[in-house]
Design a protein around this ligand. Structure first.
Ligand code: FDA
Length: 303
């Protein structure tokens, strides 16, 4: 990584919120449900389906978790009337995992119950490694209670993931596989890009071979190609997997995947708690900020 990018990464958390908001606006649909629905509608016009995420995480008060649960119930109310192919994604710490595991499970259960009554689906995102075991427990309990209505995320970065993939594959769990955004200590996670890529491919093969439905969540074209090779090798039908990408990242690759006849789901986050998500996205790709700053400085110098 260049020195400038490293500097941007390190100083992003110090930037004023309006600056973060400006650079990260491509990643977030807006602050309101109407804006999220408009984005999902636009994506549907491009042949993509969506998963809606109400932004928020790490809540410390029951009332905040209750408010997040109610907002998800509101999203689920709106989706059928809009006739949009969309499900929802949520974060366990947004629904109270750091307060009490049973409380969190009950909040997520209320959301899945509602989704199930409408024929919908709820994806439980994976957060940083201290939450992995509890998230797996919550998921397994809810997957047993609402079969086919919920799925989990696995992070290829974690050393444990191949074993988790084998166990969850045997349960035919619905899994989104991604690299993992949280920086973890070396004893827990791989650090090298190529090792993470290979771990992704290994976990994907294990899951697909076992018959799990997998959301292949990446913008890494090399991984997309590897995934397509495994899919062809196993002779899978397009309804046995999907690709997933984040809003605001590489629409051209999105188009290529859709044109190839594959399902492509876009992660559409919205809400007032946009800050931590936005910082994570910008740290992942500081060139967005760098290009913006360079353009700004060039404009000043030209004047
Ligand atoms: P990589 O980071 O190597 O990116 C490949 C290319 O994509 C880059 O070279 C660049 O061109 C482009 N790109 C990637 N990120 C970009 C950005 N922010 N802005 C602009 N361009 C960018 N993680 C997690 O820990 N828990 C979770 O629950 C989820 N959920 C999730 C859902 C979905 C639908 C996706 C796509 C991703 C996640 N992630 C996640 C995030 C994931 O772990 C990972 O951080 C990102 O997907 C980036 O990894 P890539 O595989 O895209 O590779």
């Amino acid at each position: 990584m260049s020195l400038v990018n490293a500097l941007i990464r390190a100083t992003l958390p110090l930037a004023p919120r309006p600056v973060i908001r400006f650079f990260a606006r491509r990643y977030v649909a807006g602050t309101t449900l109407d804006q999220a629905v408009a984005t999902v509608r636009r994506l549907a016009g491009q042949g993509c389906c969506a998963t809606i995420d109400v932004l928020g995480e790490s809540v410390t008060q029951r009332a905040q978790a209750g408010a997040a649960r109610d907002e998800y119930l509101r999203v689920l109310d709106v989706l059928p009337s809009e006739r949009l192919e969309a499900n929802v994604s949520l974060k366990p710490t947004q629904l109270g995992l750091a307060i009490d595991e049973g409380f969190c499970r009950d909040n997520i259960a209320a959301i899945i119950e509602k989704a199930a009554s409408l024929g919908g689906f709820v994806r439980i995102d994976m957060e940083d490694s201290p939450t992995t075991d509890a998230t797996l427990r919550v998921f397994r309990s809810l997957a047993a209670r609402f079969p086919g209505r919920t799925g989990l995320v696995l992070q290829a970065r974690l050393r444990r993931t191949l074993a988790d993939a084998a166990a969850l594959g045997a349960e035919r769990a619905n899994i989104r596989l991604c690299k993992g955004i949280y920086l973890e200590p070396r004893p827990i996670a791989y650090e090298e890009r190529d090792i993470i890529r290979n771990a992704f491919v290994s976990a994907l093969r294990v899951l697909l071979r076992a018959g799990s439905y997998v959301g292949i969540a990446t913008h890494d074209e090399w991984l997309v190609e590897q995934a397509l090779a495994i899919i062809a090798d196993l002779g899978l039908r397009p309804d046995q997997y999907e690709f997933q990408m984040l809003l605001g990242v590489d629409p051209q690759l999105r188009r290529i995947i859709v044109d190839g006849g594959h399902t492509l789901r876009v992660y559409v986050p919205f809400g007032t708690h946009w800050y931590p998500y936005s910082v994570r996205r910008l740290r992942e790709n500081p060139t967005i900020v760098r290009a913006g700053l360079e353009g700004f400085l060039r404009g000043r110098l030209d004047r």
